[in-house]
Write a protein that binds this ligand. Structure first.
Ligand SMILES: O=P(O)(O)OC[C@H]1O[C@H](OP(=O)(O)OP(=O)(O)O)[C@H](O)[C@@H]1O
Ligand SMILES: O=c1cc[nH]c(=O)[nH]1
Ligand SMILES: [Mg+2]
Length: 211
């Protein structure tokens, strides 16, 4: 299923706090970290697992082993994804990390994206690649980041993790990479003339890092 909304009530509560214009940058950043952790745990639920036996200090127990947790690459798109990924890695402590430093330039009627720096670990068909960015607005930034992923390798699974997405951003990604799984906490209906998500939460990077 290409788009998954994390409707967990605590995720919705945290999003509400992020949307509130009176939430300061420290609480905004902490809210993104907590959302990253929740989304990460939701993602882990989609990994295959097998039953195993384990020796405890006092006997034997049947448990589970999750398959593929050591084959995860998390790519963060600076700046706003940094706190989100800080939470995500709690669910994937062994993840290899990639980075894309990008800045969106809102021009009249279109959005351009500059990528200043991009560094990816190895990426192979056995990997799940998670590309994280709180805002999936026009999808221009996410598309550039996904291009960087495929320049490096072709993952078995490509997951986009966002906090607020739009129908435009979602279709921008899925039209080019139809097998992508998109996780988001909300889908907001529209973009204003500056390509900001409405109602959205404002500029995520500026709010997280106090401009
Ligand atoms: O889907 P798009 O239309 O490309 O917009 C989404 C991007 O816009 C913002 O980045 P910005 O360039 O403001 O950088 P920042 O995160 O450092 O604020 C946001 O952090 C996303 O990366
Ligand atoms: O609403 C938006 C759209 C793009 N980037 C943001 O940070 N916020
Ligand atoms: Mg910004």
């Amino acid at each position: 299923m290409p788009v998954r909304i994390i409707d967990h009530v605590y995720a919705q509560y945290l999003l509400t706090r992020l949307r509130d214009k009176n939430t300061g940058s420290l609480d905004f950043r902490k809210g993104l970290v907590r959302l990253g952790r929740i989304i990460g745990y939701e993602l882990v639920k989609t990994f295959p697992f097998r039953y195993v036996e384990v020796e405890t200090p006092l006997g034997r127990a049947v448990g589970v082993d999750i398959i593929g947790l050591d084959k995860v690459v998390i790519v963060q798109i600076l700046r706003a994804a940094m706190p989100l990924v800080e939470g995500l890695v709690k669910a994937f402590p062994n993840a290899r990390l990639g980075v894309v430093a990008a800045r969106r330039r809102e021009e009249e009627g279109y959005v351009d994206v500059e990528v200043f720096y991009s560094k990816m670990p190895s990426i192979g068909v056995e990997d799940t690649v998670i590309v994280a960015d709180p805002m999936l607005a026009t999808g221009t930034t996410m598309s550039r980041a996904i291009e960087e992923v495929f320049k490096t390798g072709t993952p078995g699974r490509l997951v986009v993790v966002s906090v607020i997405a739009t129908p435009v951003g979602i279709s921008r990604v899925l039209s080019r990479w139809p097998d992508t799984e998109i996780y988001t906490v909300a889908i907001d209906p529209e973009l204003n003339d500056k390509a900001f998500i409405v109602p959205g939460l404002g500029d995520a990077g500026d709010r997280a890092f106090a401009t």
